[in-house]
Design a protein around this ligand. Structure first.
Ligand code: PEP
Ligand code: MN
Length: 345
């Protein structure tokens, strides 16, 4: 921590500040400047806490250096990014993870058809919601456990790991039974009892950024999961609320490199929800891969006219084939790859 002092500060006030720092068990160090001085605070093992330091006379500003998210920070791994094995994919490696599937699981035959097609084109995990967070309480809420059973059947047939959402701790019990990765949706990024429960889960967590969450808030949410002992957290940028109304959410492309500079956790992008409409998904996906995303999670439906949620943004098979092809080309420029080799399965 660095305490920047006012130009008008007196010797007594400096003494009071340094004394307060010492009382907190920390070491103050005066750094004199030509017009303005500062006091460094060292000796801390975690976040520095000097009660009410901002309020003392003579203090202009307090700059905090140590991050409150000590498990999520990149400093904790000495700059090494984490890689998690999920199915056959190495998430966080130079191979960008390719996850796709319907917004919600609806009809069995359509889900199986989707899973087989995605496997064929190189997807490495199947997404699909069985518990859906809907803005309107009368909208389709998901098939619940029946939906999870269908996802497990799709995994059985294709060997694709399953990514699916839980909205509360009791749903997480079920998701853990059937799925390979639990998604915590944007609306639940700060649901702390859910985050703690996800921290006790034995499967990796895909944590989506809240609709208006800062990166600090996202990393603190990840810290809740890590602090409970689950070290496999994948962050997902999915667009935030702004004044713009030309797309559903504003994809924050800058968040990708900034998060990668702050945390060792993999950072993937959902281009579907910020797009809100099919034709915008591909360009947003391209931007994400170009900016260094560790993967994409994309909504796909064989017959969007029959989709029970997010129909307008669902890619048809032809669209997702195109998206994967372009993503592969962009990834290769960056010495990366995207997804599994097509036609493996
Ligand atoms: C979803 O993945 O279908 C979803 C609801 O996403 P988000 O939480 O990002 O809105
Ligand atoms: Mn959706």
């Amino acid at each position: 921590m660095l305490i920047v002092l006012k130009e008008s500060i007196t010797a007594d006030q400096i003494e009071e500040i340094t004394e307060r720092v010492r009382e907190s068990g920390l070491t103050p160090g005066l750094v004199p400047g030509a017009s303005r001085s500062a006091i460094t605070v060292t000796g801390n093992t975690g976040v520095v806490v000097v009660p009410d330091i901002e309020e003392l006379p003579g203090v202009l500003r307090v700059i905090r250096v140590t991050k409150p998210y000590r498990l999520a920070t990149l400093e904790g791994t000495e700059g090494k990014h984490s890689v998690f094995q999920i199915g056959e994919a190495q998430v966080g490696s130079s191979n960008a993870w390719f996850v796709a599937g319907p917004c919600s699981v609806d009809e069995p035959e359509r889900l199986m058809r989707t899973a087989h097609k995605l496997k064929e084109i190189g997807a490495q995990a199947l997404r699909g919601g069985a518990f859906k967070p809907r803005t309107n309480p009368y909208a389709f809420q998901g098939h619940g456990e029946d939906g999870l059973k269908l996802l497990a059947e799709a995994r059985n047939q294709t060997k694709l790991p399953i990514v699916t959402e839980a909205m509360d701790p009791s749903q997480l019990d079920l998701v853990e039974k059937y799925a390979d990765v639990v998604q915590i949706g944007a609306r639940n990024m700060q649901n702390y009892s859910l985050l703690k429960r996800a921290g006790q889960a034995r499967i990796p967590v895909l944590l989506k950024r809240g609709l208006s969450a800062t990166l600090d808030e996202l990393l603190n949410a990840a810290e809740y999961i890590l602090a409970e002992g689950n070290d496999q957290v994948i962050l997902c940028e999915r667009g935030v609320r702004t004044f713009g109304d030309h797309c559903r959410f504003m994809l924050d492309v800058a968040a990708i490199p900034v998060l990668k500079s702050l945390t060792h956790l993999p950072v993937i992008v959902d281009p579907s929800h910020p797009a809100g409409t099919r034709r915008l998904v591909d360009p947003l996906a391209r931007a994400a891969v170009a900016a260094g995303a560790d993967g994409l999670i994309v909504e796909v439906h064989p017959e969007p006219e029959h989709a029970l949620s997010d129909a307008q943004q669902a890619l048809r098979f032809n669209d997702v084939i195109q998206l994967a092809d372009t993503a592969r080309q962009i990834a290769s420029v960056l010495n990366r790859s995207f997804g599994a080799d097509a036609s493996q399965g």
